[in-house]
Every structure is written in structure tokens, then in C-alpha cells.
Write a protein that binds this ligand. Structure first.
Ligand code: GDP
Length: 530
């Protein structure tokens, strides 16, 4: 940490942890989030955060559509304190189709918890999200959840993590009992045994009986069969598995693994202790390419996400900013680097699901919701001091395309507004076709659900009923090089929101053929100025 930081900022940095949970839908992310908040005292009773379909009020799942379907699309940031440590948990949307947004959120965290279902191991969405974390070089913790249910053998699970993800998986705890007959965990470094006890509905923190393996009372807790199995397995673990090394973990090469049962709060308190001890604090913010920007005493932050109409009572757009360096204060005037404009930040919010409250100050690692007057875009930098380099935001080449139609043309004005705002938010990408007489754009998405969300939000928030005509393209690339307007290209040429040329192809095969035929142009999976 830089020495010119004030003791106040240093202290706040040291006590902060900003992280996200990455997982495949249904692994238990909502449950884990809820339990962590329960530990932090941020909620009184588990079940208040994300009651899914047909349960009642929710905090982090706020859109009607999400509630009806019981999926979590929109991200918010949850802040809670536990043992004087301040945690910022950035909620990443869980649905596999909603990927671009999720990836952006991962640029704003300092570490991630990878949550796996003990019966399923590494699943497709986890792989995608893992790759983003890996590219940034952020440390990753692993929790193997649902240990109370029939599960894969722990050695198999560890091997799968290593083989599929290419990261060394080191068990910090070890499950006791046969798979499916879970008795508790053995903590390898303290040599303590934590016995699993069900609690009614898992609403409260579970009391955990702990004692050393050598304790004479152990015989009454762990029967002979389980004890022999444990001894045998621990011997194999010591022999076959690399010891945990903090440096390798911080470089993203090694992941500490914990076995848990989130629904019953089991394994979470010792996890949280180890997490707090090992997870880097926000002075170690890394860019998307893994570099560390210099620590600075001056405020700087970056927008990682824009969200319109979050709350029906406040129909506005919120830009989510992560404080990167220095102290943020309400009413601060900052420089918006992309436009060069000075902006006064008068309405900074802390958001907790639907609720928002004005905040006076924030420190590195914190997330501030800024009411967005249309100026902010994901990736924008705000600073009071020197110009500042941070993550280049990843873009993903869309694979689904359609032309959009408005049913009732008298709503054209709000239709255009909706297109602008939802496009800016990144719900879908809006591509312009200069040859189209109707000036109707092409919508491009990475996943199917993006289109559905777009359609629903157009109706709900802009009162516009839209239909889509699917277009027969399956791949796209941004183009670098000189484009001839009448170049007779065999791909379709459109322009993105910043007027950068984008080529659309029928499929991957077509794309590879075109790319091979055009040595004068470069075809990139992200914008050329990325
Ligand atoms: P998400 O889709 O990752 O947010 O998953 P949820 O938290 O909604 O969990 C999916 C399902 O798994 C729900 O029915 C949970 O009650 C259940 N679940 C979560 N954790 C556990 C666990 O530790 N054990 C068992 N048996 N079920 C769990």
C-alpha cells in the first residue's frame, strides 16, 4: 500500500473485502448469499434476501420477471460487516444467457468464491465465469456445497477442478463420512472436527460442536468406520496433494477448497474466517489484464454497470461505481475521463436490493450507485487526481441477431429512448444498418434471454410492444482496417453504438472463410480500441 495514504483510508482498506460468487444456476448461490448476510447481521432471518418464485418479498431479485421465474438477472451490491470486517458482495446474475453483465461485475471484485454442487462438480457456467477470473488473475476460493446430499467422491471433485479448470485444488477441510452420509468436516490446519447438525429450516446460525481428532470423546461422535475412512483419506491427501501456498493462491494458480452445506449454514463460519484472512483487500485491485494500478491517495473509481429503472418509485438510471483509490465523498466534483467533463456527484447511493440510502463517503472496494444523467457508460473512469488506467471492459461477439419492430408507431419516441437506454446498459447490443430505410436497428445478443429481457423491459418501462424477426447470422466480429462502403463484401456490415464497423456472418464456418480471404482487414472478437 502506498505510504502517502492517510491512516483513515489505510484502515478502511485493510478491513474491506470485495468479492463475487461464481457458480452454475442451482448450485446454491442465493442460499450462500443469504447465509453470509445472516452472519453479517445484515438481515435478521434467512429467507429475506432472495425468496424465489412463489415465496414473498425479495431484496436482490427485484424484477417482476425474475420473481416470476425465480432466476436472478440483475446485479446489486450487498455490503455487510462481520467481526469488524466490511464485506462487499457483488451479486452476479446467475442465468447462463446473461453473461456479458456478469463478466463486467467480475471486473469490480478482488476475489471470487467458486461454488460447486457436490453432486455435479464443475458445470458449464462455472467454467465461463472462472475463465474471466483467471484472466484477471484474481484469487479464487472454492466451496463444495450440498454435502448433505448424495455427492461425488471428494477426490473425484478435486481432480475435476484441476483437470477442467487447470487450477490446483487444495482441500482446507475434509468431509467425514461416506458421500451422501455427511457427518461433518475435519479442518486440516487446526486438526479440529466440526460436526454437522441440521437446524430447523437453516434459518439461524448452526451451533457447531468442535473438538480435536485425538479427543477421547471423538469415538462417540465419529464411529469406527468413519474414523478409519477419514484416517485413510487424510493420509492420501497428505501424500498426494500439494500443500497450500498463499502466493500461488494470490496469483490465481491454486484454490483452497472447503466442504459445506449452505442451506444448513454448515461450514460457513470457518470458511468466512479463512476467507477474511486470505482474500486480498482493495489496495490490490487488478485490471482486466492482471496489472495493478498504482495506489493513490486521490479518489478514482470506475463504472462497471448501468441499470435503468431499478426501482419503480425512482424511474432513473443507476450507474454502479467501484471506488478504486482514495476516499469518495458526497458532492465531490470529479473528472469524467471519456468526455473530459467535470461532474458533481450529488446523489451517491448505497443499494440493498430495492432499498437505497444516500451515503456520505465510501472507500476503496465499495460500490456506490450514482444516478446517471445519461453520461455514464460501463467502463468509464472518474477521478480527481491523475488520469488513471483500469480495466478495459471485455466485450463478447454476439451470436444471435434480429431486426426489431415496433407494433404501434405512435410510440416511436419512447421506443427510441428505450433502445438508447437499454443499449447503453448493455441489455443487448444495438447495431445500426446504414442501408436500412426504416432506420430500425439490429439487436445483437450473446444469449437468448437477453432478447426476452429486452422485450419485457420495453413493454414494462417504455410501454412499447416490440416483435423480433430473427436474422440468419450466427457469428460476428469487429473490424479493424479501412472499409470500402461499396466493397462488395460477403459479410454483412453494420455499426455499433460507437460507430465501429461490425461484420456479421452466417456461421463460424462462413466467418473463417471470410477471415481467410481478407488479409487487408482484421476481424476481432472485441472492439479494436479495447
Ligand atoms: P442458485 O440458483 O445458485 O442461486 O441456487 P439456490 O440458492 O436457489 O439453491 C438451489 C436449490 O438448492 C434450492 O432449492 C436450495 O434450497 C438448494 N440448496 C442450496 N444449498 C443447499 C445445501 O447445502 N443442501 C441442500 N440439500 N440443498 C441446498
Amino acid at each position: 500500500m502506498s505510504e502517502n495514504l492517510s491512516p483513515e483510508i489505510q484502515q478502511e482498506i485493510v478491513r474491506r473485502r470485495t468479492f463475487a460468487i461464481i457458480s452454475h444456476p442451482d448450485a446454491g448461490k442465493t442460499t450462500l448469499t443469504e447465509k453470509l448476510l445472516l452472519y453479517g447481521g445484515a438481515i435478521q432471518r434467512a429467507g429475506m434476501v432472495t425468496q424465489k418464485a412463489n415465496r414473498h418479498q425479495t431484496v436482490s431479485d427485484w424484477m417482476d420477471m425474475e420473481q416470476r421465474r425465480g432466476i436472478s438477472i440483475s446485479s446489486t451490491a450487498l455490503q455487510f460487516d462481520y467481526n469488524d470486517v466490511c464485506y462487499n458482495l457483488l451479486d452476479t446474475p446467475g442465468h447462463q444467457d446473461f453473461s456479458e453483465d456478469t463478466y463486467r461485475t467480475l471486473l469490480a471484485v478482488d476475489s471470487a468464491i467458486m461454488l460447486l454442487d457436490a453432486a455435479k462438480g464443475v458445470e458449464p457456467q462455472t467454467i465461463k465465469l472462472f475463465k474471466v477470473c483467471r484472466e484477471r488473475g484474481i484469487p479464487i476460493f472454492t466451496i463444495i456445497n450440498k454435502m448433505d446430499r448424495p455427492s461425488l467422491n471428494p477426490f473425484e471433485l478435486l481432480e475435476e477442478v484441476e483437470k477442467v479448470l487447470g487450477i490446483l485444488a487444495i482441500p482446507m477441510t475434509w468431509p467425514i463420512g461416506e458421500p451422501g452420509d455427511f457427518k461433518g468436516v475435519y479442518e486440516r490446519d487446526t486438526r479440529q472436527v466440526h460436526m454437522y447438525q441440521r437446524t430447523s429450516g437453516g434459518q439461524w446460525k448452526a451451533p457447531v460442536a468442535t473438538s480435536g481428532l485425538e479427543d477421547p470423546n471423538m469415538a462417540s461422535i465419529v464411529d469406527e468406520h468413519d474414523r478409519n475412512l477419514l484416517d485413510e483419506e487424510l493420509e492420501m491427501v497428505d501424500e498426494l496433494i500439494h500443500p497450500f501456498e498463499k502466493d500461488l493462491f494470490l496469483e490465481g494458480e491454486m484454490t483452497p477448497v472447503f466442504f459445506a452445506c449452505a442451506i444448513n449454514n454448515f461450514g460457513l463460519d470457518n470458511f468466512l474466517d479463512r476467507f477474511t484472512e486470505l482474500a486480498p483487500h482493495p489496495a490490490d485491485l487488478r485490471t482486466v489484464k492482471g496489472e495493478k494500478p498504482a495506489a493513490s491517495a486521490d479518489f478514482s473509481g470506475f463504472i462497471y454497470k448501468i441499470q435503468a429503472n431499478m426501482n419503480k418509485a425512482h424511474r432513473d438510471r443507476v450507474a454502479f461505481m467501484r471506488v478504486a483509490t482514495g476516499k469518495f465523498e458526497k458532492n465531490m466534483t470529479v473528472k469524467h475521463l471519456r468526455s473530459g467533463k467535470k461532474v458533481k456527484l450529488s446523489f451517491p447511493y448505497r443499494l440493498f436490493g430495492q432499498k437505497r440510502e444516500i451515503i456520505e463517503e465510501a472507500y476503496p472496494g465499495d460500490i456506490v450507485g450514482l444516478v446517471n444523467p445519461g453520461l455514464f457508460r460501463a467502463g468509464d473512469l472518474l477521478t480527481v487526481g491523475k488520469d488513471f488506467q483500469i480495466p478495459s471492459f471485455p466485450r463478447f461477439p454476439p451470436e444471435i441477431f434480429c431486426r426489431i419492430r415496433l407494433k404501434d408507431m405512435t410510440h416511436n419516441k419512447s421506443f427510441r429512448k428505450g433502445l438508447d437506454q437499454l443499449g447503453e446498459e448493455g441489455v443487448v447490443q444495438v447495431l445500426q444498418d446504414p442501408r436500412s430505410h426504416s432506420r430500425l436497428p439490429v439487436l445483437a445478443a450473446v444469449g437468448e434471454l437477453q432478447l426476452e429481457v429486452f422485450k419485457e423491459r420495453m413493454l414494462e418501462e417504455y410501454r412499447c410492444e416490440v416483435t423480433f424477426d430473427r436474422l440468419d447470422y450466427g457469428a460476428s466480429r469487429w473490424i479493424k482496417g479501412t472499409i470500402e462502403p461499396d466493397g462488395g463484401y460477403t459479410f454483412t456490415l453494420l455499426y455499433d453504438e460507437a460507430e465501429r464497423p461490425v461484420a456479421l456472418f452466417r456461421n463460424e464456418w462462413h466467418m473463417n472463410q471470410v477471415v481467410g480471404n481478407h488479409e487487408d482487414l482484421e476481424f476481432l472478437p472485441h472492439p479494436p480500441d479495447f
